[in-house]
Design a protein around this ligand. Sequence first.
Ligand SMILES: *[C@@H]1O[C@H](CO)[C@@H](O)[C@H](O)[C@H]1NC(C)=O
Ligand SMILES: *[C@@H]1O[C@H](CO)[C@@H](O)[C@H](O)[C@H]1NC(C)=O
Ligand SMILES: *[C@@H]1O[C@H](CO)[C@@H](O)[C@H](O)[C@H]1NC(C)=O
Ligand SMILES: *[C@@H]1O[C@H](CO)[C@@H](O)[C@H](O)[C@H]1NC(C)=O
Ligand SMILES: *[C@@H]1O[C@H](CO)[C@@H](O)[C@H](O)[C@H]1NC(C)=O
Ligand SMILES: *[C@@H]1O[C@H](CO)[C@@H](O)[C@H](O)[C@H]1NC(C)=O
Length: 460
Amino acid sequence: MRLAQLPIVLLATLGAATPVELRKRASQPTGLSSDSSLRQGQVNGIEKLLNQSATKSWEIGTHLEAVLELNYPSLSPFSTSSSSFASPSPSVSPFPTEIISLVAPVLSSQPSGQLQLIQDGSSADPASVGPFVILANLTLDKGGNVGGRNQQQLEEAAAGQLRALLEQTPRSSDGAISHRTGDVELWSDFVFVNTQFIALYGLAIQNTTLLQTAYDQCRLYRSHLQDPRTKLWHHIENPNTSGMKDPGLWATGNGWAAAGMLRVLATMQNSGNDSLSNDFKSQSQDLAAWVKEIVDSAWGMPQSNGLLHNYLNETSTFADAASTALVAASTYRLAQLTSRFDPLSSSAPSSSSLSSAESAYKTLTSSSHLSSSGVLAPVVDPYSYGDQMSNVKQDGSGKVSPEGEAFVLLMESARRDYLANGGKASGSGSGGASNGAGAGSRTLRTVVALVVVAGLMMLA
Ligand SMILES: *[C@@H]1O[C@H](CO)[C@@H](O)[C@H](O)[C@H]1NC(C)=O
Ligand SMILES: *[C@@H]1O[C@H](CO)[C@@H](O)[C@H](O)[C@H]1NC(C)=O
Ligand SMILES: *[C@@H]1O[C@H](CO)[C@@H](O)[C@H](O)[C@H]1NC(C)=O
Ligand SMILES: *[C@@H]1O[C@H](CO)[C@@H](O)[C@H](O)[C@H]1NC(C)=O
Ligand SMILES: *[C@@H]1O[C@H](CO)[C@@H](O)[C@H](O)[C@H]1NC(C)=O
Ligand SMILES: *[C@@H]1O[C@H](CO)[C@@H](O)[C@H](O)[C@H]1NC(C)=O
């Protein structure tokens, strides 16, 4: 481009760009942020631990989400850079090699005729891998394959998982899809592992019914599980005498619910289709408000040495680093989304939630909770949610919580993106932080505008 053309191009860009579009092109860092408390060696350690230990269906999905947000953020629902998330293509850069190599073995070991991506007594957990099958489908080169599946077979694998959920899973009388295949049990976990798949599927094929279904499932789960007194969610509702039930306010379950609703919300707002995003404005506002309920209430609960308790309102239960990381991640994501999309601004996390998240970040990344090999402790046992995981060793030779390891990366990416888009890392709780993110992004917008004007004046 010749220099003389620049002002015209800048003017044209300014004329066309609404504030929303300016914000959509905000900074999109990848990997660790410059002011991270994590070291690269710890990140490598976590990724290695995840490669070895994340084998259950929901662990694979959560592992994939963590790698996506850390290393391929432009393809995540929280992307701020471009439309890569909404319409990924085989030429997307960087190509999500790591994601494709992790999803390939799932596809190559799925028996033909099985609708679930991974066979499971949970209807929802295998759906956590669904978003990555969609990504594999959309980024596949003509004539290529992933795990031995060509493009049509990838599409069928995603469609099969969706059918298993929507058509073959029992529901509550008001339509909430059960978390289990055999009976009606509503688990807060469902909201993370399932609804973002349904929403992304809807976006991929531009089917708004599916986006509405994702929202409706969040709404129904909240109506069943929310404790009216604290606004926090119960873990498992099951009116039957058989099967699992857990009325407690399980910390990780609240984190799952918040994290899942955030991804549905981000999928709607980052759709790359303004008319679609606008059609889902009121649903998005509800979702943001429901995430805020959880995040603000969770940080209002007692902590022990900077960590939340495994059951948020029960100080007799152990302090849990895993759920604390997921709630911190959700706090940063809520701040990021509510500052980027103006209609959501009233659901920004409170200033005290933001400062609690920042303190938790510092605590969790200190050597007393995260070893140099990346092992997080103390953590809830993901296979026995009332118990603390035993035999966790700092060097990784003992047991680790795969989901807890993934939550550390989700927290890191969430904080990185929040800071890169004008958020402030204030653990001090200094005044005005409830609008801290919003104020930050307004400042950013003003700076962008001034720089553009200065550029025009110089060139004129
Ligand atoms: C984890 O596995 C993926 C997929 O095979 C690979 O790309 C990545 O390098 C591995 N990471 C580590 C730290 O071993
Ligand atoms: C799969 O990819 C094809 C080709 O890009 C596209 O037409 C289709 O909508 C995709 N489906 C899903 C569920 O991603
Ligand atoms: C228990 O759940 C099953 C499956 O949803 C249902 O058919 C049955 O009626 C329920 N039993 C009771 C006692 O609610
Ligand atoms: C959207 O998806 C739903 C659920 O799979 C399906 O019933 C409906 O026919 C689809 N609508 C369109 C327009 O494809
Ligand atoms: C945008 O979304 C609307 C539904 O809200 C749909 O009718 C339209 O076809 C979409 N546009 C594009 C370009 O996909
Ligand atoms: C914590 O909340 C649960 C669910 O509302 C309730 O059953 C329990 O009694 C509460 N525990 C305390 C110590 O308040």
